[in-house]
Design a protein around this ligand. Sequence first.
Ligand code: PCA
Length: 325
Amino acid sequence: MISTRIAFFAAGVSAATAPAFAETWDFPTPYGDGIFHTENIKQFAEDVSEATDGELEFTVHSAGSLFPHAEIKGAVRSMQVPIGEFFLSRLSNEDAAYGLDSQPFVATSFEEARRLWEAQEPVITELLAKEGLMPLYSVAWPAQGLYTNGEIATVDDLNGLRFRAYNAQLEEFAQLAGAAPVQVEEPDIPQAFSTGQVEAMITSPSTGANANAWDFLTHYSPINAWVPKNLVVVNQRAFDRLSDEQQQALLEAAEAAETRGWEMAEAEAEEMTQVLADNGITVYEPSEDLLNGLQEIGDEMLESWNQTASDEAKEILNTYQNSGS
Ligand code: PCA
């Protein structure tokens, strides 16, 4: 289908006969090609292309190659690009509602993460609408685990470690554990370790495996402290310019991407932990002492979250906590 259309253009047929809305959208993401979220975006792109008969195509720019992570949301907002992906909780400095999925021990399983997203989605949709943005889909990462050199028995063992962080919550967490946080984007992880900039991290088995963590780390513990998410947003004006059929195709493909992405995340949680082990990383269950210490840090963080959160943000937590059982 696609190649026919390219041939059609290549034959020099005048633009006047081209489909009225044929367009290509640049689609930046901070994450690399080997990451399942990026694979999911590429499938999303194929689905949209197929459903619109090639009238809407995405060019995926991975690993922060078009915009650095911190600029992607703003770039979509200002229409420099119509669509983009970022780590949802990085927006927590704008509103505490965005940060809940990265609060330690609030939602620690996929089931809890789904319920948290259900509670977050309406509030976040409204917040983003004020900025002319519309969420298309959100997909979780596998639960976050602890990577170090040597086994960590208690929180005290984290004291003084140069700790890789990817958002404000992880920075706060590391600080409360007595570690020294350093912000490093995912594609830069191997270099940050090999140059000694950092020596420990908390992230998913997907990211650890993708970064070849065994080259610079020896131990992994599935502390399952939180299940954070990525979010894909579209600029509302860009969306409104599409035909009804194209809009529908985009929304349907987005829904499929959300379902597929969560399934990928669940599969990766196990598979990528196995990859870590197969490559020589010692995978060990966290001790009671360690978990208790981490839980205390989580409690302290939630207390300060509560002090700054808006009523709407607090209502998310309330809805989520009442949605179980
Ligand atoms: N990987 C990304 C975000 C969370 C995760 O599992 C990262 O480490 O930056």
